[in-house]
Design a protein around this ligand. Structure first.
Ligand code: ZN
Length: 69
């Protein structure tokens, strides 16, 4: 699956807050994602991230991404 910055993805593992949707903030060797429910930032190894992604909820697009902060 091709992941782009701004994408909203669903992970197999839920955050302790109960949320399972995350917004991709940066994508490189490490992937920085933000929990959509509690806004907590998490940094994951790219390989770990790719294994945990279940599906993309919303494809990121500069013009369509939700206003950040
Ligand atoms: Zn959370």
């Amino acid at each position: 699956m091709e992941i782009r910055i701004g994408d909203i993805v669903r992970l197999r593992k839920k955050h302790p807050c109960g949320g399972d949707q995350w917004q991709v903030l940066s994508f490189g060797v490490d992937v920085k994602i933000k929990c959509f429910t509690c806004q907590r930032l998490v940094l994951l190894d790219r390989g770990v991230f790719e294994r945990r992604v279940k599906d993309a909820v919303l494809r990121g697009d500069a013009s369509a991404s939700p206003a950040a902060d």
